[in-house]
Design a protein around this ligand. Structure first.
Ligand code: PGA
Length: 264
């Protein structure tokens, strides 16, 4: 049984005050509402993980505001070097110190807006696996790549370049993959359950070919791209989808709660 993950990627949203309010409201829901209590107990028994990824400057506000371990914190990005003349970058030890359990690597906005290449993402993945922080490694095809029938080719290239030097035990236990088709991100155009499942099943088959059955069975694969409370239940119940990475719908605590509710 793979532990589900519901992760909110806040992108460039939520300053410290908004972060504190969000965390307090979410924890009140866990403590007081029947659906929240059910989610909290699923989190306590290891059935689900609830993660938020605030901007760097709001991470400490999230850590300080939370009273329990139900909410885990992710960074939206990281740099592979540990220190030095790398203006604007943040290291893994800084994320550890700030209380991050996860770091998102290779989000489509990092790949396509900030032009991070596969080679840079491989370095980030390897460095993250050498730290206490766990990677949520994102892959996904552009619209033109899907239209030209190249979805699987793109996923294979992105994954194989990132995990070529990794071993089975590391991949199965420590890596979370997020399948996020670029055309579905922030567009309101969610992948169908069948298309999302097909891509996640393909990712698992790549893991099987390279790392074997134990690793591919335990690898957690999330879907992301215009997830909302209206479509989260069916996406989350697909065989190879172990959770959701949510952008826009994770910014309001009520819709994030509704999505959590559909996953437990
Ligand atoms: P979205 O973003 O849910 O707003 O489409 C998802 C993501 O970028 O992770």
């Amino acid at each position: 049984m793979r532990m589900k993950m519901i992760a909110g990627n806040w992108k460039l949203n939520n300053n410290q005050a908004a972060t504190r309010t969000f965390v307090q409201n979410l924890e009140s829901w866990f403590a007081a509402e029947p659906a929240g209590k059910k989610a909290a107990s699923a989190a306590a028994s290891g059935k689900i993980e609830i993660v938020i990824a605030p901007p760097f400057t709001s991470i400490e506000a999230a850590r300080a505001a939370k009273k329990s371990e139900i909410i885990q914190i992710a960074a939206q990005n990281v740099y592979h070097e540990s220190k030095g003349a790398f203006t604007g970058e943040v290291s893994l030890s800084m994320l550890e110190e700030a209380g991050c359990k996860y770091a998102i690597i290779g989000h489509s906005e990092r790949r396509h807006v900030f032009h991070e290449p596969d080679e840079a993402l491989e370095k980030k993945l390897i460095a993250t696996l050498e730290s206490q922080v766990l990677p949520i490694f994102c892959v996904g095809e552009l619209l033109e790549e899907r239209s030209s029938g190249n979805t699987e080719k793109v996923l294979a290239r992105q994954l194989e370049s990132a995990w070529k030097s990794l071993t089975s035990d590391v991949v199965g236990k420590m890596v979370v993959i997020a399948y996020e088709p670029v055309w579905a991100i922030g567009t309101g155009q969610t992948a169908s359950d069948a298309d999302a499942e097909k891509a996640c099943d393909y990712i698992r088959s790549l893991a099987f070919e390279k790392f074997g059955i134990a690793a591919s069975d335990s690898l957690r694969i999330l879907y992301g791209g215009s997830v909302k409370p209206e479509n989260s239940a069916s996406l989350c119940s697909q065989n190879d989808i172990d959770g959701l990475l949510i952008g826009g719908a994770s910014l309001e605590v009520e819709s994030f709660e509704k999505i959590i509710e559909t996953a437990v």
